[in-house]
Ligand binder design. Structure first.
Ligand SMILES: Cc1ncc(COP(=O)(O)O)c(C=O)c1O
Length: 310
């Protein structure tokens, strides 16, 4: 059993800024605050969960230097796991697909990991594609000395995101009326909400999904372009009873919001952040000028330059 002591990772992950949007809001709407996570080492909030998953697996003796780690991932989680695996001498295998941004695949490879690509239909993210990726990762995890990171089930994921809620609580200096975010595994949404609750905040929780893959609101998923969310099954970490609402957002609105965030607020982010901000602005407009809405800036927009989306 090994304990990970990595002061670089301890210092580099988390502690990100919480920023009010000033140009996209108007006087009749509430405040919208964005937790900008692109400053993490690989440019996304997934670094928080990857470090917790690997650190805790080392502490339990499930993982050690030289052993193998596998996960199926659209890229952000894969990049984050590849980064921590490289720091800790673990061999990481990512099961991914050509439906996800090539720059994310390139980042995983750059950290020395192996990438297995499952072909997609017309580069669309579909429930069938996610199932095929999952099956392949499960099969590899059955091989000797191979640990399955389990981003869809490990309690370590929630532990990794809890500090994000605590940080928001420390930074905001006001009551929070609504916390909203898009859900893939729902690790970030649920872990952050848990951290907020621990810090004494009780905002209304609004989970978001793409209008083009409205699985949670209609029971039917579909192809869409918002990487990381809307996976076509119930997110394992999502507790619907905790949510005051589950809301759909049009992916075209999400893409437009990415461009507006960059040009009008100077914040370059990916499509899932655009979706989060589009919903947060709508909620702040509905709730009126005294309301405070917080959402997540999941990752950096430069990851998507190769995907034609931004
Ligand atoms: C870019 C991006 N945004 C949002 C999410 C959703 O995060 P979570 O899986 O914690 O719900 C992901 C997950 O992969 C992602 O990669």
């Amino acid at each position: 059993m090994e304990e990970l002591h990595d002061s670089y990772l301890e210092n580099a992950i988390g502690g990100t800024p919480l920023v009010p949007l000033t140009n996209l809001t108007n006087p009749s709407s509430g405040q919208v605050w964005l937790k900008i996570e692109s400053g993490n080492p690989t440019g996304s909030y997934k670094d928080r969960m990857a470090y917790a998953v690997i650190r805790n697996a080392f502490a339990r003796g499930d993982l050690k230097t030289g052993s193998r780690l596998v996960e199926y991932t659209g890229g952000s989680t894969g990049t984050s796991l590849a980064h921590i695996a490289a720091r800790t001498g673990v061999k990481f295998i990512a099961v991914s697909s050509d439906a996800f941004a090539q720059s994310k695949i390139d980042s995983i490879l750059a950290y020395g990991a192996e990438v297995i690509l499952i072909p997609s239909e017309n580069r669309k993210i579909t429930p069938a594609l996610i199932s095929a990726m999952r099956e392949r990762a499960y099969a590899i995890s059955e091989e000797p000395d191979t640990y399955y990171a389990d981003q869809f089930g490990s309690p370590d994921v929630i532990e990794g995101y809890e500090p994000m809620g605590q940080e928001i609580a420390d930074q905001i200096g006001a009551e929070i009326d609504v916390f909203c975010a898009g859900v893939g595994t729902s690790g970030a949404f649920t872990g952050t909400a848990k951290g907020l609750h621990r810090a004494g905040f009780q905002p209304d929780l609004v989970a978001l999904e793409p209008l083009q893959s409205p699985f949670l609101t209609t029971g039917e998923g579909g192809p869409h372009r918002v990487e990381g969310i809307g996976l076509g099954f119930v997110p394992p970490f999502l507790d619907r009873d905790q949510c005051s609402e589950i809301r759909t957002v049009d992916e075209n609105e999400a893409m437009l919001m990415c461009r507006r965030l960059a040009s009008e607020e100077g914040i370059l982010c990916g499509p899932s952040t655009g979706l989060n901000v589009a919903a947060a602005l709508a909620i702040a407009a509905e709730r009126g000028p005294d309301s405070v809405v917080v959402t997540l800036g999941c990752d950096h927009g430069s990851k998507y330059f190769s995907s034609d989306e931004l």
